[in-house]
Write a protein that binds this ligand. Sequence first.
Ligand SMILES: *[C@@H]1O[C@H](CO)[C@@H](O)[C@H](O)[C@H]1NC(C)=O
Length: 183
Amino acid sequence: MKRSSAVTSPPSLSLFLLLLLPLLAQSSDDLIDKICRVTPFIDLCEASLRPLTPSPSDPKSLASAMASVVLGNMTDTLGYIQSLIRHSHDPAAERALAQCAELYRPVVKFNIPQAIDAMRRGELGFATYVLGDAEKQTDTCQKWINSAGADDENSVALTARNKQVKNLCDVAISVIKSLMKGR
Ligand SMILES: *[C@@H]1O[C@H](CO)[C@@H](O)[C@H](O)[C@H]1NC(C)=O
């Protein structure tokens, strides 16, 4: 009977829509998920990218957003170091802090902004190099802080910030590498 096909077609149409809708609704959330999943710090990656408005909607803008988060955190950390220097009464700690500031200043003023520019031009290899270098600077700074032997709350706070910047660099490098592989 002809009738039965007329009856079955609406359900199959709605089934079709049901299957199609999630695809149409695929938002930048899913992209963030996909990209963060292959980074070494998934939670940190998500925490960095999810709150951004407008939400980055393609891999390229995700990668440069991630580099901007690194820049923001490292700039913040430099500011924190400078405020510690102003209030320091311990010459050894002050020297270590001054060395950290020397390292971080060019990285936040020139290197990372240049890397972000380079990413816009598609020069991704250069960006991973700069972020790898930034990560090394956090290690070197941390060694100085450790060897200055201060264990007050400020040093503990700085250590946590250094660690966060280092991990953010790792995440950013991994996001850029995903982009290079076209994932
Ligand atoms: C530092 O990183 C955290 C975690 O990703 C992020 O939520 C925060 O906005 C960043 N801070 C700055 C100043 O960029």
